[in-house]
Design a protein around this ligand. Sequence first.
Ligand code: ADP
Ligand code: MG
Length: 604
Amino acid sequence: MSTGKINVQTENIFPIIKKFLYSDHEIFLRELVSNAVDASQKLRTLASANEFKGETGELEVTVTINKEAKTLTISDRGVGMTAEEIDRYINQIAFSGAEEFVTKYKDKMDSGAIIGHFGLGFYSAFMVAAKVEIVTRSFREEGEKAVRWECDGSPEFTLSETTRADRGTDIILHINEESEEFLETARIENLLQKYCKFLPVSIKFEDKIINNTRPAWTKKPAELTEDDYNAFYKELYPFSENPLFHIHLNVDYPFSLTGILYFPKLKKNIEVQKNKIQLYCNQVFVTDSVEGIVPDFLTLLHGVIDSPDIPLNVSRSYLQSDTNVKKISSHITKKVADRLEELYKESRTDFESKWDDIGVFIKYGMLSDEKFYDRGQKFCLLKNIDGQYFNLEEYRNKVQPLQTDKNNKLVYLYTSNPEDQHGFVTAAKNKGYDVLIMEGPLDAHFLNALESKLENTSFVRVDADTVDKLILKEENTTSVLTDEEVENLKSFAQLNVPKEQYTVVLENLSPDDAPVTITRPEFMRRMKEMSSVGGGYDFMGGMSEQFNVVVNTNHPLMSKILNETDEQIKTFKMKQAIDLARLSQNLLKGEELTQFIQKAVSTL
Ligand code: ADP
Ligand code: MG
């Protein structure tokens, strides 16, 4: 047996790094500015460890375009490099000086102070440059001795002595032909705004500082007022309305993560508000697509997450299985639930006033995440038609005595559209029942979920059947009509409705109830609704909707109809009564509607 070392040939690996390491060419700027920031931060660390005794002065990083020379230069006044260090950190690909530095000084600095650690960032310069020059002078060098390193993207480089007035580094990119966009002021300004807006060292471009070196999430909550949080929100999303509330995240074990999440005012169109969380790594912008890092329902939140523990140069599918990412994701879920519970306990009134905005989010979370469901059931609210709010337990107690059906099941009445179902809502309220409003985009799913979780409870839409039938334990009152009359009435009513869609049902309701009502069987309706959003009920899709025509045998009109001897008037009365019920449900259309109106006018 023999062992050996795999030998990587630079000739082979160079083109791979250049082409495939980063799919987006523009990130070279992020990498080079980050290196310049790292070099400046290292000098700060060394100064505070007393290993650097000179003046640190202003540690700005400057980005300069020279259109004639076709160069883009990134300059810093950080630690610089000696010839030996260039050999070590630059000539050896994937040897990270950042990593080495952090290991050496880990007791003397914040773990997050240095950005680099893969040792590959520098080479991203070759994605846009035909030639790269480094002119650098280490803080260790006496006099003006500096070094110049040059490489045209082949594995050969040259290293020579030169002079430089001050310590620090210039990275000079000779932009290649395909990448001339990076010589445009506007393009570079945009990129700096995107990636470098919150870097911890000032970045100067065109004589302007473009960044905020101490963004809110890096401060302690005690240092910040509500106005500061709102101001930072506007910094992230100019021109938006103030958010509802925020959550300041700060974890250092078992992973390190900081950030501020905001709860936005939700608009009707949820989709456009999704995916606005920005992900940073030590204050460097990485991406604004956090899919896979936080659960889907949390992508409705806005704000910033900063963590050096999220592996950045890997595919999304890998991310989802990464253990750190999983921990981060469940931590954030927990924090969000904690904050919501806290708000709920702090001020119920305030929580209720925000419910219309946060309700959708909470329901989304409860539907998609078991753990969140468990937390959410403590502060999830139901809103009734009178605008009152109840938590799940309160609501159970409210309807408990009255709203039970024959099988002793609790019946939660709801409306999915208070306008269209106004008649039914009124009928239910007149009987002393409570009606919930379930008109949100997720409510149909949410009530299905609640039904399966809550014990012995069913949700029934107000127009599913006549209220009495839904709720009363005992059979209704008896009919004033004889059995024979009931039969006659039924077959007569049947003649006056379109048969494919309407089934006539006779009920002995109170004389004060409507003579005719149209109801929609709950089960059939839900199946149909679900088939329209997919989910395996597609066989229902082709079916036309089914309705019940409920005829109230105890309404005086029905005796009148039965006793009417003139066949024409008899038919007219029955048909008008049924059509009126259909009209109130918006079910009378086209020719039928025209005929109805003509007939009604003729009786005036
Ligand atoms: P990483 O930043 O992940 O360590 P890079 O490829 O970006 O990897 O950089 C390699 C190393 O080169 C750095 O760790 C650092 O030691 C050195 N270096 C790069 N740019 C500079 C700079 N502007 N000033 C001082 N050292 C630098
Ligand atoms: Mg780097």
